[in-house]
Design a protein around this ligand. Structure first.
Ligand SMILES: *Cc1c(COP(=O)(O)O)cnc(C)c1O
Length: 375
């Protein structure tokens, strides 16, 4: 049986009529950029994420960039980011002219290690960007303590964690000063193109973000600052407004799928040859944007190739930590600098977890792994 890593068609077909109707409405209105559809989605997203204010933008990458711009972070400033994340986390820092400073991760949660963050704080540090990787929040209490002690801005990269909960039901993106969200189609809440949002903890910051996303324009053709074109379009916002009410149900299905994997692995002969993802003690709700296992014994690439031959989708997020990327060579990162990131990059593998995937698919995946690893 073929098992795709991700298949979005089921979700689309279930909502097709509603979506097509909304698209028609936007076309008839001829209001394509910002406007009432965007405002409606911003309000719904803001309440879903328990934030003070939420501003729709062009992508998750731009959500990070605009938050850095709002704090006037640029040349000469340092921003601490995990090295094990999607490129955009550090790319945003470089794009505003600041220097990304890479920190190691916790081997169990894959999220930034607060103890390593502390070691990397200097006089030039302006911000920390913890990433809530794969759908689980980073250790925000410890990050916020460091930020408060050193007067740093915290921008949560919640691009993989919409609706993820930390301790006491606090939601991703509502704990730091800003939260960045992506609606790239493969994220848990995806639109039909690029889209994103940035949440923030104050009305004042909301005002700055809204100005910055529209070329720093205060009133028509009067520019108070230099911003950019970071505007969310009405079609994407309309589609997102239809999808958002279903997100909790999709999350529950992802969580059910993760639990099912756990029982299937427990019943297999695989044992210690695979480490399953662990929910940290401070995790309120893991939303499983990815279900990432670790494969012992340097066999990850072989396992990935064998699964591929069997028609089972899987992927490596992420094979090369950011401190070792060519484009950051001038920052002086070397192999061995961040040992946990480097080890995890060698043995991690994401398995299919999307909401509509079936029990039969998971049985196929686990029995294939059993055969490959145990024989
Ligand atoms: C997807 C993602 C982004 C960027 O989002 P885009 O909408 O694709 O620009 C940033 N950070 C992380 C951790 C992501 O997974």
């Amino acid at each position: 049986m073929q098992v795709p890593l991700l298949d979005l068609r089921g979700q689309y077909h279930a909502l097709k009529e509603e979506i097509v109707r909304e698209i028609e409405e936007v076309c008839e209105s001829q209001r394509f950029i910002l406007g009432p559809k965007v405002e409606k989605f911003e309000a719904a997203m803001n309440s879903y994420c328990h934030s003070v204010a939420t501003v729709g933008v062009t992508s998750g990458s731009d959500a990070l960039i605009i938050a850095l711009m709002a704090e006037k972070i640029g040349a000469g400033d340092e921003v601490i980011v995990p090295s094990f994340t999607f490129f955009a986390t550090a790319g945003a820092v470089a794009r505003v002219g600041a220097t990304p400073v890479f920190a190691d991760i916790d081997p169990v949660s894959f999220n930034i290690d607060p103890a390593d963050v502390e070691r990397r704080i200097t006089k030039k540090t302006r911000a920390i960007i913890p990433v809530h990787l794969f759908g689980q929040c980073a250790d925000m209490d410890r990050i916020m303590e460091l930020a408060n002690a050193h007067n740093l801005i915290v921008i949560e990269d919640a691009c993989q964690s919409v609706g993820s909960e930390y301790r006491n039901g606090r939601r991703a993106g509502s704990i730091g000063n800003y939260g960045a969200f992506s609606f790239f189609p493969s994220k848990n809440l995806g639109c039909f193109g690029d889209g994103g949002a940035v949440s923030t903890d104050s009305r004042e910051r909301e005002g700055v973000l809204k100005m910055l996303r529209n070329h720093g324009q205060g009133s028509t053709y009067v520019h108070n600052m230099v911003g950019g074109n970071f505007r969310l379009d009405a079609l994407q916002a309309a589609i997102l407004s239809i999808k958002l009410p279903h997100l909790d149900h999709w999350t529950e299905m992802r969580r059910r799928n993760a639990a099912e994997y756990r029982s299937l692995f427990a019943a297999s002969r695989i044992g210690d040859l695979v480490k399953l993802p662990v929910e940290a003690p401070f995790t309120g709700r893991h939303i499983y944007n990815q279900f990432c296992i670790r494969i012992a014994g340097g066999k990850r690439d072989e396992v990935k190739a064998r699964l591929g031959e069997l028609g089972i989708g899987c992927a490596v997020y992420y094979p090369l930590p950011l401190h070792l990327q060519e484009c950051f060579k001038s920052l002086g990162g070397k192999t061995g600098d961040l040992p946990v990131c480097e080890t995890v990059a060698r043995d991690i593998l994401a398995l299919p977890i999307y909401p509509e995937s079936t029990t039969e698919m998971r049985e196929t995946v686990v029995s294939a792994l059993d055969k490959i690893l145990v024989g």
